[in-house]
Design a binder for this molecule. Structure first.
Ligand SMILES: Cc1cc2nc3c(=O)[nH]c(=O)nc-3n(C[C@H](O)[C@H](O)[C@H](O)COP(=O)(O)O)c2cc1C
Length: 198
């Protein structure tokens, strides 16, 4: 059984999975573009239906106008702490795919699922590089298409920040108290042999 920080897995999982967690205190340092693109490169190796690769990323690095634009899409609560992140990324998915041999695109059953797999891999690659990520759906999704010039046929799924972890003392008291790795439900509540157990 793996144990790191305050987390304990039930089996011998790679510590990388426990070391990924979502802080809100960041240092304000910009993430070098090479590191951010390494994280997004990892994400594009996620599996997807028919290898359709529906994920799309719009990113902005701290200190650039793009960062300010993307930060402005977050709700007020998320902006209050995400302003000190080193980069903001909006993850979108393409809603239709072209099955092999077909001549026209059809709705994808799993574009959101596929994009979620890409996000998970991005978060783990970031962890491997010594960064932290924090995903958010506290986003003004209704403003994403126009603000970012997104063509029709895409769904905005999630925004996430990447950065170096900062000192939690700079957070408001309530948030500082929550600034630690969260636990998980027992595996037996989530994984069932043979049939679903409610
Ligand atoms: C889809 C999604 C949406 C989330 N939205 C927000 C958000 O808007 N604001 C926030 O502070 N955290 C948000 N979170 C972070 C979760 O609360 C966090 O991932 C969860 O509590 C598990 O903690 P951990 O990531 O530290 O393991 C979101 C996470 C995901 C995956």
């Amino acid at each position: 059984m793996t144990e790191t920080n305050s987390r304990q897995a039930e089996y011998s999982v790679d510590p990388l999975f426990l070391n990924r967690w979502s802080p809100r205190a960041f240092t304000g340092e910009a993430v070098p573009e090479k590191d951010l693109l390494t994280i997004l490169d990892a994400a594009r190796w996620a599996p997807s239906a028919f290898n359709s690769q529906p994920w799309r990323f719009v990113y902005g690095i701290k200190g650039t106008p793009a960062f300010d634009t993307l930060l402005g899409l977050l709700n007020d609560f998320n902006q209050s702490w995400a302003k000190d992140a080193g980069a903001v990324v909006v993850l979108l998915s393409k809603t239709h795919l072209l099955p092999p041999g077909a001549s026209a695109e059809v709705p994808s059953y799993s574009h959101t699922l596929d994009a979620g797999a890409a996000w998970g891999i991005a978060a783990l690659q970031a962890t491997r590089l010594g960064y932290f990520t924090h995903g958010m759906t506290g986003v003004h999704f209704d403003k994403v298409q126009e603000t970012l010039g997104v063509p029709d046929g895409h769904r905005a799924e999630l925004a996430f920040v990447v950065g170096k972890r900062g000192d939690k003392s700079k957070l408001p008291e309530g948030l500082a108290a929550r600034e630690e790795p969260s636990p998980r439900k027992p595996l037996a509540e989530l994984a069932f042999e043979g049939s679903f157990k409610a």
